[in-house]
Every structure is written in structure tokens, then in C-alpha cells.
Design a protein around this ligand. Sequence first.
Ligand code: ADP
Length: 151
Amino acid sequence: MKRAIFPGSFDPLTLGHYDIIMRGITLFDEIVISIGVNSEKNYMFTLEQRMEFISKAFAQEPKIQVRTYEGLTVDFCKKIEANFILRGLRNPGDFEFEKAIAHTNRKLSEIETVFLLTSSGKSYISSSIVRDVIRNNGDYTGLVPDTVRIS
Ligand code: ADP
């Protein structure tokens, strides 16, 4: 069973994440979208909201699960028997950041990180840009899946 985790904050889920997950599922038997819980971070959306956006977006996809975790990503991988970490790359900044993390995770474990390049037209989308648009009452709906809505 090839199981990968796709870790992140997902504050909120964007079409950039969605694209990487839907393309990733062609490579793995199961992807566990894993929301990292960091008590020192301030989030725009609660953990419950972030989980709901994700679980509704992938409700029709039996190969995609959603979980939360605290602590090291590699420890969570071992706990749920996932041998791969899926990550998306948008730009050289992502590459440098991800390279250090992937090397560290390799040092700590046998877990391989698999990178997918962002689709053309999605590279500018990030959760922080979506939060900025929301804060300033802009139309965020073209940047996120339909399940991400502010009530
Ligand atoms: P983090 O809290 O680790 O920054 P994010 O929720 O921002 O997590 O992102 C999780 C993963 O999704 C990362 O691998 C990131 O590179 C990837 N990602 C985010 N937006 C995009 C995008 N537009 N295209 C490709 N990958 C993306």
C-alpha cells in the first residue's frame, strides 16, 4: 500500500492544494491530508473549519483522508505507516525551503518526499493571499474549492 501524507496548515484549502492532491492521487493508493497543529500559530480558520473544508472537498474521493497531527511530520508518518510525503513546488523560494526540510526528514527517517510542480495558472495561489483577499472583503471564490465559504 503506497500511502502518502500531504502536510500543511490549510488555512484555508486553496485550488493550489487541490490541484497537487488530485494529481498526487494518481501516484499513490492513499493520500492522508494532514493538518499540522501548532498551538503558537494564529489561524484565520478554526481547526474544525479547516477540516470541514477539506473533508467536503474530497467527499467523493475514497483514496483521500484527512487527519490532524502534532509534533514531527516524520513521527506522524511512522504512526500511520505512510512512506511518502507529498509537497507542491511553486517557485525557487519553495524549492530552497522544501529542500532543507526534505533532507532533514531523510536524516531522521527513511521517508521520501515527492514533489509535484504547481500547474501553470496556479503558482500564484497561496493560503496567505487568500486570507488577505478575505480580510479586505475581496472575491476569494476563484482561488479556493467551492467548499471553502465564509458564513
Ligand atoms: P505550510 O503551512 O506548510 O506552508 P501550506 O498549507 O501553505 O502549508 O501548503 C502545503 C503544501 O501545499 C506545500 O507543499 C505547498 O508548497 C503546497 N502548495 C500550496 N499552494 C500551492 C500552489 N499554488 N501550487 C502548488 N503547491 C502549493
